[in-house]
Design a protein. Structure first.
Lengths: 123, 123
């Protein structure tokens, strides 16, 4: 398929707070690393800078992933879903993606009714 | 790590509408297929039946994925993220996951400022 349309962040479907969920996947391993939120400006900044930039709901500020920790996400691929209300970014992840020091935020599995921790902090 | 805690859906962090985003990933290929929403009951039903069950915001009803289309998702692995406000389900996906007939809902890539369709409907 070669259908092409100019991309405008304003055409995404944001929630009442002006945010859209963004799932980050490791471009090398395929592992799902985290989910966070972007607003239209964070989308534009991510595409312009190729540094994945979220919107921090707790701090109400741009959150250039890894800006303080060094655990940056270099954008490889930016995708929009069919409903235009969710994003998928594949990234080259430096260091652990999770603030707990684990590779992925999804380190807890529910198995036979109990929570099992699948990975330890890397640092 | 072998730390284990009994899992209670009520301990998840739901939004103001009582919902939590759930990312579905193909257990075989690692492809991210879709993102939809669950409430506490949908979480419990998914774990009990091993058929991934979302909450349809448009229909305000349980949405047993594939119930009408046959494109069911058999649960392989159910994970909770560090903040307990996002879920990751890995699944055996029968047929395409997307209602458009595509394998994944994330079939649109933004490349050099234009939208590129990466996959065609399978049927």
């Amino acid at each position: 398929m070669t259908e092409q349309t100019p991309f405008d962040p304003a055409t995404l479907r944001f929630d009442a707070a002006g945010l859209i969920p963004a799932v980050a996947q490791d471009a090398t391993t395929g592992e799902v690393l985290m989910m966070a939120w972007m607003n239209a400006d964070a989308v534009a900044r991510t595409l312009e800078t190729r540094r994945v930039t979220y919107w921090s709901r707790s701090r109400q500020a741009f959150w250039v992933k890894g800006e303080t920790s060094g655990h940056v996400q270099e954008l490889v691929d930016f995708r929009v879903d069919c409903d235009r209300d969710c994003l998928l970014v594949t990234v080259y992840q430096t260091g652990p993606a999770c603030h707990t020091g684990r590779r992925s935020c999804f380190y807890t599995e529910v198995r036979d009714g109990v929570e099992v921790e699948l990975m330890a902090p890397e640092e």
